[in-house]
Design a protein around this ligand. Sequence first.
Ligand SMILES: [Zn+2]
Length: 280
Amino acid sequence: MKLGIDIGGTYLRYELRENGKTIQKSSLKSTQTGLCRFLEMILKKEKKIATVFISYAGQIKEGVILASPNIKIDKHDIKAYIEAKYNVKLFIQNDVNCAVLAEARACNTKNICAVYVGTGLGLGVVTSSGLLQGNDSIAAELGHIPYKNAPLTCNCGKENCIELFCSGSGLLRWKEHCKLKSALSLEQLHQSKNDKAQKIYDEFVEALLYAVGTTITLFNPKVLVLGGGLIMNNRYLHEIVEQRIHAYALPLALKNIKITVSQLEDAALEGAFLLKDYHG
Ligand SMILES: [Zn+2]
């Protein structure tokens, strides 16, 4: 039996699979439990689980959780701890890295970048050599590229990250800073007659174009997938990217590219189940 978990700042989703079939799927608020605590609870109950696959909204290196801006970490060396205590194999990887593995399979390509705009701004890259991870497994941290100075501080400690302009958490902080209602959606900001609201929307789009254009110029992918809550709830952003990306990316890198919106319901969880293939 396989257990897949996708944990983000708000939800912990999990799925049990046996012989390729889903036998249980559910979710709970991730603030209600720590990942390790949840895992131990389920492993004690389901003795048939042989492999655990985790998609994690944070930085992971060789089974160790290095950092997470939005999740309370109850065990850093989760792989070593769980594998020593239970008879299971555990695979854990950053959530956008998991998502891009699923997107690569869905698009049937080994040359793909996934730009996900949700709570944060994330990038996953798969090339013909596999998943791009870097020396410390923190490669492609797109959201923390210096962009413009803001009167806000990013979770990483800097004040000029692009994530401050193009993410759900960034939007929320701009709305607070400008004394606008926090419930205003991106579309409502766009439609608003308020100059500050309009400016937040314009800055968001500009930063999205910059992030996508930079990704295309750096990695020359065959497919660029847009995903994450803010994209999925505002599909017109895809059209804006298609129309305006020429001003933000190297023309040659745009020649044969396909820019698309994710077709997957839960790419991160789906990709977690593929992790074994990427770790030997
Ligand atoms: Zn940052």
